[in-house]
Structure formats: C-alpha cells, structure tokens
Design a protein around this ligand. Structure first.
Ligand SMILES: Nc1nc2c(ncn2[C@@H]2O[C@H](COP(=O)(O)OP(=O)(O)OP(=O)(O)O)[C@@H](O)[C@H]2O)c(=O)[nH]1
Ligand SMILES: [Mg+2]
Length: 691
C-alpha cells in the first residue's frame, strides 16, 4: 500500500446490531477493491476482521478491528466494531477513532436495539453517518419498510438514496434516486430507465432527497421551489454539506455476502465523507493542563492517541494508534505524556485484520500500530518532546457484573495475576477488585460472554485455569443490646500455665470500628493486659458469631477481671477476650446487616414500568423517576446489593439491550428475617463443610 496523505484518508467506523453484517460488509469491500483475493466468511473463520479464535468460535466479532482498502486513490480505514453488548469496551475504542459512521442494518430484521444504540452514539458526536441496509438478497428483506422505520425512529434526515430492484426474489440491481436511473449488477457500466413498477416510489424518495438537498443551501432551496433541476455540481456540493453536518444521512442498500451495492457505497464514502484533516484543528492539553490547539495536518508536530493494546505473550505489545497531528516515522523517538517517558518507535504498521504491513510513515488522521513500546498503554498520548500534549481519555463503560475468580491449582495461582494483568491492559472495560474482607478477587465485566472470553483467553493464551463463582456479599453483623460477659482462660496442665480472666461490656454504638475502653477499678487487671485484650476482641470482630461476617457498631469496655501472679500472660488475656466475645454475642441481640446500593438505570421510557416492577421484586425502593441527559427514562432506586448480582444480564433482557445502569454502595441496613435466616444457614453449611 502506498503512503496516503491526510486528505486522502477516510476513517469509517461500522456500527450496528450484532449479526447485521458489518464484518461481512468490510470483507465484501476488501474483496471488491482487491485488498483480499478471496471473500472470507465470518461464519467459517476466514474473515479478515474476525480472526481471533474467540470470534471464530462464536461466529461474531469480539474485538474492534482495522481493515484498510484503496478506492479511487483514497484510503478507507474500515473500523469494525462488535455489535454484541458485552463488547461495549471494544466498541468504544473503535468508535473513538472513527470520523464517520456506517451503520449497518439488516434488511430482514430492520431497526434493532443495536441500531438505536449506534444512532445514539453518533448523534452525541455529530458524526457524519450513512446507513447500509444489508441482506437485501434474503427473501424476508424489506427495504422500504426498513427505510420507513429508520425515518420514524431517527427522523427525516435519514434519506434513501437507492431502491433495490428485485426479480424472482433475487437482488438484480438498484435505482439511483437522485439520477432516477437504474443500474443492474450484470453490467454496472450502463445506466438504464427506471422500471415502471418502481416509478412512484422513486418519485416519493426523490421528493424527500431533493428537499433535504435544498435545505443545505439558499440557492438550492429557491430552485427547489421553482421546480428547476439541480446541476451535478449543485448536487455534489449539497451532499457534501448535508452529509458533513448530519442533515443528510443517506440510506444505501445491497448484499454484503453477494458483493452487491459495494461500489456505490465506496463512492459515497470517498466523495462525501470528510477526512479527519478537514477538522483543521484538534484540542488537547499541554503539560501544564492548559488547552492547546494542534493543526490537523502534516506540518504540525506529531501527536497520536493509543486506542487499543494487545499484549501477546510471544510478540510482545502491539499498540494501535490514531495520528492526531503531524507524521509518525519509523525509527524515531516519541514522548509519552502520561508516563513522562520517551518511547522508541522502531517499526510502524498498517494493520489489515491480523496482518501487519510495515510502512515507513503514518500521516495525520491515519490509523496503524506500533510494536514493543515499553510503557505505553491504551489511552496514552504519544507526541514530540518539543510539543508535549495530552488528549482526553476514551471513556470505557463501567463494568457492573462481578464474578469471583480463583486459580484452580497452585501452578495456576503463580501465573494468574500476571496473566490477568495483561488481559486488563487489553480490555479497559474489565476491572479487578481484591476484596480484603471476603478474601476474594472479583472481576467486573460488562457481560457474561465477556467473562467467558477472559476464561478462555487465560486457558488458551496463558495456560491458566480458573474457577469462577458469584462473589460473596459483604454482609455485616452488629448488636442491638448491651450485655456483659466473662471470659476465663485457664491452662494449667503440664509446663508453664496460662491464666486470664476478663469481664467485658459490649454495647451498640455508631462507630464502624470497634471502640475499646477500660474501666478497671482497683487494678483487677493490670494495664499491660489491656492491649492483648483489645487485640483478642479486634480479631473476633473480623468474624461475627452469627454468620461469620465482620462485626461493626460495637463498643467494648473491659471493666473487671482477675490475674494470676505467675500464669497471667498476654496470650491468655487475648484468649480470655475471645471467650467473653463468644459468650456475649448470642445474648446481645445480634443482627445481620446487608449492603444497600444506589442504582441509576437509564433506558427508553417504554421500559420504565417493567424496570420499576422488577425493582419491587428485588426489595428495592424507587427514589426518583425522571429523564437522563439523553432524554431517556432514568430511574433511581435503592436496592439490596444481594438482589443485584445478575442485574447486568437481567436488565439487558428486560430492555432488549437498550438499558444500562450503574450502582454504588450506599449504606448498610438490617436484613429482613428471611434473608438473615438464609445467610446464617449458608454460613453454617460452609462451616460444616470446612470442618
Ligand atoms: N443473506 C445474507 N446474509 C448475510 C449478509 N451479510 C452478512 N450475512 C450473514 O449474517 C451473519 C452475521 O454477519 P456478520 O458480518 O458476522 O455480522 P456483524 O454485524 O459483524 O455481527 P457482530 O460481529 O456480532 O456485530 C453471518 O451469518 C453472515 O453470513 C448478506 O448480505 N446477506
Ligand atoms: Mg462482526
């Protein structure tokens, strides 16, 4: 591939529902432009962008991938994103470096939640957008219905540019609405008359398109009202403006699998989608945190954003980046602003699926990869030492689905933490939390399939086997009644004896940490035994008597005791304190506390009723019903966290993937009797198993 300057590069991110045909459409474009010699398939593992074993096994995309092709002296960087919701993090990475969006819609399944999510994302970024209605070859495909649904859902800026021509259930050609001409796939070189059966529909679509074009320019509007035809130049200018500012979102159609409709799509992309350099400038922060403006051209100092990293146990690290300004050259030194360190760039690659093609330079706006960087990670900015800049982080989704992971064997234990560290570096939508209280390592992910990918990656790439289970809920225990109890530890058989005797008052208090006081009269317990008594109690507080959970809200006062002239020792008082605790707790009206989370759910309003009903079943309390920043429904609730373990999956099925939520721990509250009973029983079972 030759070098492409900024003006000749188009970055196009493919978005849409899983299974709409994004990866196949890219393959089709690569095949059509001869970037690959065989048309690969996502279903048999031969596609260019779905090459990872996890993708091949599942028959869908799991990772964002890059595949450039050349068309009419332009380079189109196709960025494939996974439609499946678990891979939201990968989608965020790919989306962040796209300048234009190609939303693929299945002609047979129409507008789906993935289409809506894609549209929501591109609207937020005001990204120029084209729709491609795919699978028109399928007998159940219905282009006009899909167009009508798209317009109803996303408004009148969605405008059909073509109409498929079918014959005997086969897609044989398409009509260009603007030119009112038909092209047949048997011979794309000549335009023909529109078949009579399509004439009315063409007129209807033409009216919509002409009006949208007219709206881009006053002169065109005048012509439109005068019913004068637009010239080719006027059309081109109007389209360029309309597509760029989002007032026109062309709808194209075809069949990725039959390589139909690809040529016009490529034309549209190269002619009407803007290149990144057209932005003119991009803002970043300088090393003092002040805003700095960089020009998006080759003369500016180099800067780049790393949007994805792959840590290969054999090859080392591969860092994917977008050149935000200037030129990145091989055999150069760049500065990593976040890490405050120089990095050596030896080789630069243009990436096509799993293949890396060495190139000498990457120009402004281009996407590529570099290998073996020492400290650079995803979301780092690379730049020159002379012009230090920092770009905003790509925002990755907050994972909410927790799973406790543990190594299967001792051998796995040694390798697990290093392997997980690498996996976390690759996937910014994963988080690992080491919970000191439950002694668990909890991996948080977006969805269950993503967890499965992690388990497989550990097994296949790092040869580590792990167990997964639902994380423990961090219950707590407290007391409701003041009690006094004696603990007497006496060991006088053989050797040196041990003697400690304490009287301790336990009373409820507000402090999470135990408060320890002494109120000894007449020296019944010498001061030197206060610390071991306290230590004994503190150890007990870690595991309550009710169900083994941490005890909070207790004040303990050592108010009496006895000593032995020879046998009284620190260990004996520690043991005595423990006995006092054990004796006191059952009488102190112990209570189990459960964690309550503050939950915010965002989903289209039509789901509000279901979401609220579901919270009632989860013992939740609705705090507020309102709207989110995006104008969707927002429900705030407080729910026991034990009821939310699988909520990520359940909310998804309740809203067909349109809802999302965040939850934060808020406070502890006494658990109801039935919950306490269940937790206590479970604890007893576990204890019995251990013994
Ligand atoms: N009939 C028909 N099937 C198609 C067409 N394009 C893709 N498919 C099939 O649709 C299925 C999904 O295609 P993919 O390209 O993997 O879909 P995707 O949008 O990349 O899906 P995700 O990676 O999960 O987001 C596969 O079985 C394809 O063979 C098409 O034009 N016509
Ligand atoms: Mg795919």
């Amino acid at each position: 591939m030759k070098d492409y300057l900024a003006n000749d590069i188009r970055n196009v991110v493919l978005l849409g529902h899983s299974g709409a045909g994004k990866s196949t459409l890219i393959e089709s474009a690569l095949f059509f432009t001869k970037a690959v010699d065989r048309m690969g398939k996502t279903t048999d593992g031969t596609s260019t962008v779905d090459f990872d074993p996890e993708e091949i096994k599942r028959g869908l995309s799991v990772f964002t991938a890059l595949a450039p092709c050349e068309w009419k002296n332009k380079k189109i960087n196709f960025i494939d994103t996974p439609g499946y919701l678990d891979y939201e993090g990968e989608k965020a990475a790919g989306f962040a470096v796209g300048d234009n969006a190609l939303i693929v819609v299945s002609g047979k399944d129409g507008v789906e939640s993935g289409t809506e999510n894609a549209m929501k994302a591109v609207s937020k970024r005001h990204m120029p957008t084209i729709f491609f209605v795919n699978k028109i070859d399928d007998e159940n495909a219905h282009f006009e219905k899909v167009v009508a649904d798209l317009r109803e859902e996303f408004g009148n800026t969605v405008i059909p540019f073509e109409l498929p021509i079918m014959e005997g259930g086969k897609l044989i050609g398409s009509i260009n609405i603007l030119r009112k001409k038909a092209w047949y796939y048997s011979d794309l070189s000549k335009a023909e008359e529109v078949p009579a059966a399509y004439a009315d529909k063409v007129e209807e679509y033409y009216g919509e398109l002409a009006e949208a074009l007219a709206a881009t320019d006053d002169e065109l509007m005048e012509k439109f009202f005068e019913e004068e035809p637009f010239t080719e130049d006027e059309i081109a200018k109007g389209l360029r403006i309309g597509v760029r500012n989002g007032d026109i979102k062309p709808v194209y159609c075809g069949s990725a699998i039959e390589v139909k409709g690809i040529q016009r799509l490529l034309d549209l992309i190269t002619e009407y989608f803007p290149c990144y350099a057209e932005k003119g400038t991009v803002t970043a922060k300088d090393d003092k945190g002040n805003e700095i403006v960089l020009e998006t051209n080759e003369h500016e100092a180099f800067s780049g954003l790393v949007y994805k990293s792959i840590v290969d146990p054999f090859v080392g690290k591969i860092s994917y980046l977008k050149v935000m300004s200037g030129v990145l050259s091989s055999d150069s030194q760049v500065y990593n602003t976040k890490k405050d360190q120089m990095e050596k760039i030896s080789q630069i690659f243009c990436v096509k699926g799993k293949n890396q093609i060495a190139v000498g330079k990457l120009f402004t706006g281009d996407l590529g990869a570099v290998t073996k960087l020492a400290v650079t990670q995803t979301n780092d900015t690379l730049c020159t030492k002379e012009k230090k800049v920092l770009f905003d982080d790509i925002v990755f989704p907050r994972p909410m689905l927790g799973v406790a992971i543990s190594p299967k064997t001792k051998d796995d234990e040694d390798k697990m933490s290093e392997a997980i560290k690498r996996i976390l570096e690759e996937d910014k939508s994963l988080q690992l939390v080491k919970n000191a209280e439950t002694s668990e390592q909890v991996l948080y992910a977006v969805g269950e399939q993503q967890i499965d990918v992690v388990v497989n990656k550990l097994r296949n790439k790092y040869k580590v086997e792990i167990n997964t289970k639902e994380p423990k809920i961090q219950y707590r225990e407290t007391i409701r009644k003041t009690v006094e109890a004696e603990g007497k530890h006496k060991k006088q058989s053989g050797g040196a004896g041990q003697f400690g005797d304490v009287w301790i008052r336990f009373e409820p208090c507000d402090s999470e940490d135990m408060i320890f006081e002494t109120d000894i009269f007449g020296g019944s317990v010498s001061k030197e035994f206060f610390p071991p008594t306290e230590l004994g109690l503190r150890k007990c507080m870690e595991h309550g008597e009710l169900a083994g959970y941490k005890v909070v809200g207790v004040k303990a006062t050592l108010f009496d005791g006895k000593m032995h002239p020879v046998d009284s020792k620190a260990v004996a008082f520690e043991a005595a304190a423990r006995l006092a605790f054990k004796a006191a707790m059952p009488k102190a009206n112990p209570v189990l506390l459960e964690p309550i989370g503050k939950v915010t759910v965002t989903a289209p309003e039509k789901y509000t009723g279901d979401i609220i009903g579901d919270f009632n079943k989860r013992r939740g309390m609705i705090i507020n019903i309102g709207s989110s920043e995006d104008g969707e429904g927002q429900i705030d609730a407080e729910v026991p966290m034990a009821e939310m373990q699988k909520y990520a999956t359940e909310l998804r099925s309740m809203t067909q993937g349109r809802g999302s939520y965040v939850m934060e721990f808020d406070r502890y509250e006494p658990a109801p009797a039935n919950v306490t009973e269940k937790v206590v029983r479970q604890a007893q079972l576990e204890k019995a198993e251990k013994e």
